[in-house]
Design a protein. Structure first.
Length: 138
């Protein structure tokens, strides 16, 4: 007889770390399929699935039993996959920006100078992002 998700979660909350493996085994294929459907990359989908299960385990105390565990783990997987796509998109933008600067750069400007400017630009963006909204208004 298959144990209910709620019973397994209760066991995990009571200190049985091995019980979580039952949930992982139960949902791993569907979680992987969801991630793969979003990112369209097998290796990345595997990483996302693993991250989703780690996040779920770490946040199990926050799990509100209003919805099923399956709904919750799928939402975590979806959010993790979308977040990863955003990171990938930002990496592509950064590479495009560097390439664009290389093409349009003065011939006297060295690669090191371009990298320095890119680093300064990233530090500036990071500093701006850390400001509270009121401080950003200029």
């Amino acid at each position: 007889m298959r144990a209910a998700d709620e019973d397994i979660i209760r066991q995990v909350m009571n200190g049985d770390r091995n019980a979580y493996a039952l949930l992982v085994d139960r949902y791993k294929d569907r979680v992987f399929s969801l991630a793969l459907g979003i990112v369209r990359n097998r290796e990345l989908a595997e990483e996302i699935a693993q991250d989703a299960f780690v996040k779920a385990y770490s946040s199990l105390k926050k799990f509100r039993k209003e919805a099923g565990f399956s709904t919750w783990i799928y939402r975590i997987t979806y959010n993790t996959a979308i977040s990863e796509l955003r990171k990938q998109k930002n990496k592509i933008r950064t590479v495009e920006n560097v390439a664009e600067k290389l093409v349009s750069a003065d011939t006297e400007e060295t690669l090191e100078e371009l990298e320095q400017k890119e680093n300064e630009h990233q530090l500036m963006e990071q500093a701006i992002n850390e400001l509270v909204p009121e401080e950003k208004l200029i």
